[in-house]
Design a protein around this ligand. Structure first.
Ligand code: AP5
Length: 215
């Protein structure tokens, strides 16, 4: 299965990506996760990307295109793949289309998660993530069993992402509208956009995704 997960910040892309990639045993490629890893390791890319990410702006296309090309060349794509948070601009989408055409690996679908803005803001301000393994929690909907400690890896590293503070969240939503929403028409024109309402529970959203992609 060759898929893209598209949707605004906090739509649940990371949550669904984990379920889908496990279900199909396909690599999950999250540009957000790759960038955060570079920031935490203080690499050159991380140093260049950090200020954009902290403000909630997109990291410039030139940096992202290099990063993704490198990641794709290092990933076995034979059984499929799932992109989460990429592409986010028309330039990125065109670059991906041309890469996949060269490799003769056309997309099976682009899944668009639709969620109301009010729900998105609530999700962001309640989200907590593990700085060690990346697991995601929500203070109200899905808190860790022990406050501040990750259920999965046991590290006391559960914290709020800098870009989940309210003002930054508003900027991320504006950036999504301006720079990423145009991808909806881009993929509609290619007739492979599949819309899923993303406001029900993660398990229910996942069942709807499977129903749409015919699993
Ligand atoms: P990235 O990490 O990709 O952030 P995002 O797209 O803003 O997405 P989020 O991780 O905030 O949310 P999500 O949709 O994955 O939802 P999640 O499942 O976590 O990017 C971060 C930054 O990196 C960007 O701002 C940019 O600077 C840079 N960047 C990344 N990619 C880039 C690119 N291609 N080009 C340029 N710059 C790039 O869920 C959110 C919360 O809701 C969690 O608490 C979760 O538990 C909860 N939740 C999830 N689903 C449900 C549900 N169904 N019901 C109730 N709660 C739910």
């Amino acid at each position: 299965m060759r898929l893209i997960l598209l949707g605004p910040p906090m739509a649940g892309k990371g949550t669904q990506a984990k379920l889908i990639s496990e279900h199909y045993s396909i690599p999950h490629i999250s540009t957000g996760d790759i960038l955060r890893k570079n920031v935490s390791q203080n690499t050159e890319l991380g140093q260049q990307a950090k200020a954009y990410m902290d403000r909630g702006d997109l990291v410039p296309d030139e940096l992202i295109l290099d990063l993704v090309r490198h990641e794709l060349d290092a990933t076995d794509l034979d059984n499929g793949f799932l992109f989460d948070g990429y592409p986010r601009t028309i330039v990125q989408a065109q670059s991906l289309s041309s890469y996949l055409k060269d490799k003769d690996k056309p997309l099976d679908g682009v899944i668009l998660l639709r969620v109301d803005e009010k729900v998105l803001v609530e999700r962001a301000t309640g989200r907590r993530v593990c700085g060690n393994c990346g697991a995601s929690y929500h203070l109200k909907n899905q808190p860790p069993k022990v406050e501040g400690t990750c259920d999965l890896c046991g590290e006391k590293a559960v914290h709020q992402r800098i870009d989940d503070q309210e003002d930054t969240v508003k900027n991320r939503l504006n950036v999504y509208k301006k720079q990423t929403e145009p991808l909806i028409s881009y993929y509609q024109e290619q007739e492979n956009l599949l819309e899923v309402p993303g406001a029900s529970t993660p398990a229910e959203v996942f069942q709807q995704v499977l129903a749409l992609i015919g699993a």
